[in-house]
Design a protein around this ligand. Sequence first.
Ligand SMILES: [Zn+2]
Length: 185
Amino acid sequence: MAMIGRRNFGSEEPSIEDISTIDTPDKLLEYAHKNNIETSPLDVYGLAKVLGITVRDNIFEEDKKGLSGVLYKESKTDNWIILVNQHHHPNRRRYTIAHELGHWCLHQHQKSLFEDEIFFRGGQPEKPEWQANDFASEILMPENDFLEKIGNGITRVEDLAIEFQVSTIALRIRAKKLGMRGHGL
Ligand SMILES: [Zn+2]
C-alpha cells in the first residue's frame, strides 16, 4: 500500500541541496522522497518539518472559523510558520498546509505574510491564490499517482478522496484539471 503511486525519481536527477531552489510541485515531492517523507498520501506535516517550517494547529479562536490558514515569517527568528485552523476537518487542514507550502515555494520572496480564508469560492481568485491552489492539488494528488489509482480500479470520487486524504471537492477539481470524465468525476 505504501508503495502504490510512489514516484520513481531517476538517479540522474540533480539532488536538491538548497531548499530555496524548490519552486515546483515536482521538486518539492522529489525533496520529500529524498527525505523519506511519505508521499502517498503526502505527509504534509513531516514535509513542512524537514523544510524547517513550524506548523501550529491549535491557535485559532472560535471567531476565526473563516480563516483556513496563515503563513508568515517570524521577524525575530526568520523562521517560517504555518498556522492551521484546528476547527477544520483534518483533510481540509492538510489542504491548507499544502496551499501554504505552495506560497512558501512560489511567493516567499514577495511577501512575508499570507492569510487564507476559503479556498474554493466562486469567481476568479487572484493569481498567487490559484497558483497556490494548483500547487497544493499537485503535491497532494500527483498526476501519475492519480492515474495509477484509477488504473488499479479505484475510480469513485469518495474512494479516491480517502486514498489522497483530501475533500471530495478538492478531488473533483483535480480530476477536472486532469481532464477526467465519468465515474462520477
Ligand atoms: Zn493563499
